[in-house]
Write a protein that binds this ligand. Structure first.
Ligand code: G3P
Ligand code: CA
Length: 320
């Protein structure tokens, strides 16, 4: 659907009151959901329109008015954290041309300096030529400069022992572990429960998410270390969302659900009807339009301290 005028995305809250949230949410959350519907999260940036996990994809999401972006973090041979989805560089860069004898081109077999030389944009079209695989530090700085918020996925942590500590270190160095970021602007998630648990153990104040659909009977054990259960939309229904919402997170708030990867209007309406809190999508404009458009409000590049002008749920004070 994109490109189109950003002004077209700056909708009012009118007409956005039809979304219903099933039982389990607090009164405050139900009121917020009636106003805004689920949070729209740009998956790997605005990845339907720009090369995934690049600064260009983050910038485009910002230009389109989307505050939350999702990314994937892995580690180079020399210990640098970089933002890339596959554990091989082959699909999204020109690594096969530049390093033809290095198959299967694993991220962990390349140095950061080598990865810096790769073109991570041309595979999506000539207009993106020259886009790079960003380091996590570069990525965090850009997201911050844009006034955006980050759903950070630790990707395949089994390949990178200790990546949780490395991620926390870089987040700290980039200024992302102060209360302002931790309470409102950052979620760390993984498909690996051990990884999520490790992040929670080291920094219990950080909001965490588990990627997957644990059996309802097991959800209580997950609620000990995670704030979100983030399933594939293919494994979701209203009863499951309600079961998650019925539990309290380590921060004393209801567990939340952000589902992935929903790229069409019908799918967005379907999962919104289940009562999800977030929709992770390559096509944030399509999803936002399907939900009524009320949350696609452009934010200033460098917002003054205070609540951001997006549809982030009102901050519920954490329990001690
Ligand atoms: O954030 C959810 C989603 O990104 C998980 O799947 O493979 O796109 O990282 P994947
Ligand atoms: Ca991901």
């Amino acid at each position: 659907m994109y490109p189109r005028p950003v002004a077209a995305l700056a909708a009012t809250a009118l007409g956005c009151s039809a979304l219903l949230v099933p039982g389990g949410a607090t009164g405050t959350e139900r009121a917020a959901a009636r106003l805004c519907g689920p949070q729209v999260i740009a998956h790997r940036g605005a990845s339907a329109y720009a090369p995934e996990n690049t600064l260009a994809a983050v910038d485009l999401a910002h230009e389109m008015g989307f505050v939350w972006v999702e990314n994937d973090v892995q580690r180079t041979r020399d210990g640098e954290l970089v933002v890339v989805h596959d554990d091989s560089l082959a699909r999204t860069t020109d690594v096969e041309q530049l390093f033809p004898d290095r198959a299967p081109w694993k991220v962990g077999n390349f140095t950061a300096a080598e990865i810096t030389t790769l073109d991570a944009g041309s595979w999506r079209g000539a207009q993106w030529a020259g886009a790079r695989v960003p380091t996590l530090k570069e990525y965090l700085n850009r997201v911050d400069d844009n006034g955006q918020k980050l759903l950070l996925e630790i990707k395949k942590p089994e390949l990178y022992p200790g990546i949780e500590q490395d991620t926390l270190r870089v987040l700290g160095e980039a200024g992302w572990l102060d209360p302002w970021h931790v309470r409102q602007r950052l979620v760390v998630q993984s498909f690996d429960a051990h990884s999520v648990r490790a992040v929670h153990a080291r920094r219990p104040d950080i909001i965490t998410g588990f990627l997957g659909t644990p059996p309802v009977a097991d959800l209580t054990s997950y609620a000990a270390f995670t704030d979100q259960i983030n399933p594939s939309h293919t494994s979701l229904n209203a009863e499951y969302v309600a079961a998650v919402h019925a539990l309290k997170s380590p921060h004393g708030t209801p567990l939340r659900v952000s589902t992935w990867t929903v790229n069409d209007a019908a799918g967005a309406v379907r999962v919104a009807g289940f009562g999800v809190d977030g929709i992770i999508t390559n096509n944030p404009d399509v999803v936002q339009d399907a939900l009524g458009g009320c949350c696609a409000v452009p934010v200033p590049a460098r917002p003054a301290p205070g609540p951001a002008l997006d549809c982030q749920r009102p901050v519920v004070p954490w329990s001690a």
